[in-house]
Structure formats: structure tokens, C-alpha cells
Design a protein around this ligand. Structure first.
Ligand code: SF4
Length: 236
């Protein structure tokens, strides 16, 4: 079985019912991310190379998938930003050959890499960090809205099932931003959009649960999003 050694796995969630809608999935969190989002929960995945010996090699992960055939039905490649990994396409092919449905989580920073792997994806979760003017702050210094928008266009053209979602960090986003993102996605023709509650990271001592809850409960934004997306929900 040819497995690219360029697939660097930071961690694996062996059983998940929340990472791929209506599927029981194993999730491979791939190492490396170009961004430095202030609300990142996976900072250990940001460097391209993890410190120390990896707990999961590609070989170990695919041996695990081989054993779990029949118990799991999907494999999700998440991150970090999985599209930084050159071995991703090959890994998706292997997962498909094993009989798994394949999902991808991405921030959309690499539209060319997304185009390469889309034929092997059955579903994609695309993170929309915020409205265009705030992208630089939301991604830790990268003005990456245009790349994300190109990735979104590719998804829409491809016919691959996908959802968009936004982590609602009240330090950076407000209700007007949620309305603005919603209007952008509606205009594009997106059908499924989700708000995700931000849970303060260890480094964030100032944001309260009340502040997080208040943003995702904003009546005007929630009503607008409910009205304009076939699938919409708030994930807490
Ligand atoms: S894109 Fe994801 S992994 Fe990368 S810095 Fe942002 S939250 Fe962290």
C-alpha cells in the first residue's frame, strides 16, 4: 500500500459523530497551518513539524482504518490545515480504497490544492473566519479572504456536498459581522451554514461564557440566518 511519508498526523480522534454530518468517522488532525487564529484550540498543530516523535504515522492510521472497517463509515482529514500536506490526495485515495467515505475540514487558503483533492472528497466543511475586512485579524495576519472565496467557488462548482461554519469569537466578531457573512454566503448560493460557539482558550482570560452566548444568540442575526439557509444551526 503506497503511503506518502509527507502525511504528518498530529493526532487522531478514533470515533466521532460530530465531524461529518450523519456519519461515524475517524478524524486525522494533520500537522501544519499557515494561520494563527487568535481563537485556535489546536496550536500544537500549527507548526509544519510536531515536536518529538509522532504518536500516529500514516501507516499506523491506515492499519487502524483497516481494522475498523464496518464500525466506522467515514474518514475526516482535519487540521491544522490539511491542504498543506502533500500526501493528502494519496491518503484520501487509500481511505476510499478501504471503503470509507471521505470528509475534509479546511479554511480554504489553498484553492489550487483544494481543486486537486476535491474529486476524492464526499463532503467538505469550510471555515469562514469572518467578513472580508476582518480576515487579517481573524487569521493572525493573513488577508486571506480572496483565497477562501475562490475555494468556496470551487466547492459550489464541484457539486460536492459542503457546509460553511464560523467560530463566533466575541473579541473579534459582532452580530453585524454575522449578518455580513450570512449575506455574502447567501449571495454565493450556499445552502448550509452553522455558527459555532467559541469556548475561551487557556490564553484567553477575559472572555466570559455570557459574552460567547450573547453573540450566538443575537436574535436579529439568528433570524436572518434561519430564513436564508436551508440548513442552519447554532452549535454549542
Ligand atoms: S486555521 Fe484552525 S488550526 Fe489554523 S490557526 Fe486557525 S484555528 Fe488554528
Amino acid at each position: 500500500m503506497p503511503i506518502s511519508t509527507e502525511l504528518l498526523i498530529g493526532d487522531v480522534e478514533p470515533f466521532s459523530i460530530v465531524d461529518f454530518p450523519d456519519h461515524i468517522a475517524a478524524v486525522a488532525f494533520l500537522q501544519g497551518c499557515p494561520w494563527r487564529c487568535p481563537f485556535c484550540y489546536n496550536t500544537s498543530l500549527q507548526p509544519l513539524k510536531a515536536e518529538g516523535e509522532p504518536m500516529w504515522t500514516a501507516e499506523k492510521f491506515f492499519a487502524f482504518l483497516e481494522r475498523r472497517k464496518g464500525f466506522l463509515d467515514a474518514v475526516v482529514f482535519s487540521g491544522g490545515e490539511p491542504l498543506v500536506q502533500k500526501g493528502l490526495k494519496n491518503a484520501m485515495k487509500i481511505a476510499k480504497d478501504l471503503g470509507y467515505t471521505v470528509g475534509l475540514h479546511t479554511g480554504g487558503y489553498y484553492p489550487n490544492a483544494l481543486k486537486e483533492v476535491l474529486p476524492f472528497c464526499d463532503w467538505v466543511g469550510l471555515d469562514i473566519k469572518g467578513p472580508s475586512l476582518k480576515y487579517q485579524a481573524l487569521t493572525g495576519g493573513f488577508a486571506a479572504f480572496d483565497e477562501m472565496s475562490k475555494s468556496l467557488d470551487l466547492l459550489l462548482e464541484s457539486g460536492v456536498a459542503f457546509e460553511c461554519r464560523t467560530t463566533c469569537d466575541p473579541r473579534l466578531l459582532n452580530a453585524d459581522d454575522l449578518l455580513s457573512i450570512g449575506a455574502f454566503l447567501k449571495e454565493k448560493g450556499v445552502k448550509a451554514y452553522y455558527l459555532q460557539k467559541y469556548r475561551p482558550t487557556e490564553a484567553d482570560r477575559s472572555t466570559t461564557d455570557e459574552m460567547c452566548e450573547s453573540l450566538i444568540s443575537d436574535a436579529k442575526a439568528v433570524d436572518f440566518l434561519k430564513e436564508n439557509f436551508k440548513k442552519f444551526d447554532v452549535r454549542r
